[in-house]
Design a protein around this ligand. Structure first.
Ligand SMILES: [Zn+2]
Length: 425
């Protein structure tokens, strides 16, 4: 990209560089306001080192794009009259939708990070073909975007979180074993059914949830953390030194398919003995409530919340099979956790999905097995903790990716509604 921008000759060079500089400074201004809260133009200029007139011009453009708004007078701490505070705008936002085997989770937020929509919709990917799933996903996206608009927030984009391998650049789900998807062009399909001009992205659910945990979660700001999500499948997102680890093809974090038991049970991916065959929700359900095990059959499958509530009821009633099942799954959680600790040396392993809901029962045996199997003694300082973000961690991260993109490139924001006039200074 840089080479291309610099490849021009003569007069073509300067405008391109100036546009790039403008974009960089717009992003810098937005990042400063996000990190420090509402600030006057003078305070932004003082902190960023940009000229006052430049900041005024940048803020005017951000106002016109509805990415910031003016609020009451704000003292910059220096001499002179206070300027009006410039704050991130609640008028634009994004939607994240997580698609999973048995539910859709929706999170809508504005640029300030305020939650505008949070809901979960029952879904049944096991009994629907890909086309029907995409139709339902498109419909859920359309309704969620409309709801955001009804609540006064103009959406600029949408990210779909998928439990599988995702080619993020092309918006294609390469493989999602538990959905039965292979090479599904999700972004292109959604773009066909939604308003033009909308950013549409697709990413791995656990990676997005890991970003949400790093930004808003129980271990926010912990630079080395692993996020694990327990659903029917098991996914992972790894943050190393404050950055999401993606790998050469963007496929890292497929921890559910760590081979942990040679000759073990068959997995949805076609191999045997994968970690998720030991700790996935289907295995817990099979052990704890064999009368309600997952499997192909007629009719809709129960919501996972109902399954977990049933297991919780049996645990509360001192049901022996349920207690043994949870302890065994906890031991396997510690087994795989030790592999991750040996590889990445995280400070925290954040448990999401059903792991979080049964954390009190799972963590003791998981932590004990982790301490036993991790090689470095310092690895025992790594602790399992339950996520507080609930079922929408991935969807929240998905909306957050769009917001981040808005902040990094404000000039790419196209709004469907006409921008208001820039505020009077
Ligand atoms: Zn597998």
């Amino acid at each position: 990209m840089v080479n291309k921008e610099r490849a021009g000759a003569g007069s073509a060079e300067e405008p391109t560089d100036q546009l790039a500089l403008r974009r960089t400074n717009l992003a810098r201004t937005l990042r400063h306001i996000r990190a420090n809260g509402p600030r006057s133009r003078a305070a932004i200029a003082a902190a960023t080192g940009l000229h006052k007139a430049t900041v005024s011009s940048l803020v005017d453009e951000l106002l016109a794009r509805r990415l910031v708004r003016e609020i009451g007078a704000e003292h910059s701490g220096g001499a002179g009259r206070p300027g009006r505070g410039i704050a991130l705008s609640p008028d634009v936002g994004a939607v994240g939708i997580e698609i999973n085997v048995d539910y859709l989770a929706v999170h809508g937020s504005d640029l300030t990070g305020r939650t505008v929509i949070e809901k979960r919709i029952s879904f049944d990917a096991m009994h629907r073909d890909v086309e029907r799933c995409l139709d339902d996903l498109t419909e859920a996206a359309r309704r969620s975007l409309a709801e955001l608009v009804r609540r006064g927030v103009t959406p600029v984009g949408l990210t779909v979180a998928v439990p599988g391998l995702v080619d993020v650049a092309r918006g294609v789900v390469v493989l999602a074993p538990n959905l039965g998807w292979r090479d599904v062009p999700v972004a292109a399909r959604l773009a066909h059914g939604l308003a033009p001009g909308l950013w549409i992205g697709v990413d791995n659910d656990a990676n997005l949830a890991a970003l949400a945990e790093y930004t808003w979660g129980v271990a926010a700001g912990t630079d080395d953390l692993v996020y694990l999500t327990g659903e029917v499948g098991v996914g992972g997102g790894v943050i190393v030194n404050g950055r999401l680890l993606r790998g050469a093809d963007g496929f890292s974090g497929e921890v559910g398919h760590l081979p942990v038991e040679p000759g073990g049970d068959p997995c949805g991916c076609g191999r045997v003995g994968c970690w998720e065959t030991k700790v996935g929700l289907a295995e817990l359900v099979r052990r704890a409530t064999p009368d309600a095990a997952y499997g192909p059959g007629d009719g809709p499958i129960p919501d996972p919340q109902e399954r977990i509530a049933e297991i919780s009821r049996r645990l509360a009633a001192d049901d022996r099979a349920a207690a043994d099942a949870v302890a065994e799954v906890g031991r396997w959680l510690g087994h795989g956790g030790a592999i991750l600790v040996n590889l990445f040396n995280p400070r925290v392993i954040v448990l999401g999905g059903y792991f979080a809901e049964l954390a009190d029962h799972l963590i003791p045996s998981a932590q004990a097995n982790l301490a036993r199997l991790a090689v470095a003694s310092t690895a025992a300082r790594c602790h399992f903790v339950a996520s507080h973000l609930g079922f929408t961690a991935a969807a929240r991260g998905a909306a957050g990716v769009v917001v981040q993109r808005m902040i990094e490139d404000p000039t790419a924001v196209t709004l469907t509604a006409p921008p208001p006039l820039a505020g009077v200074r």
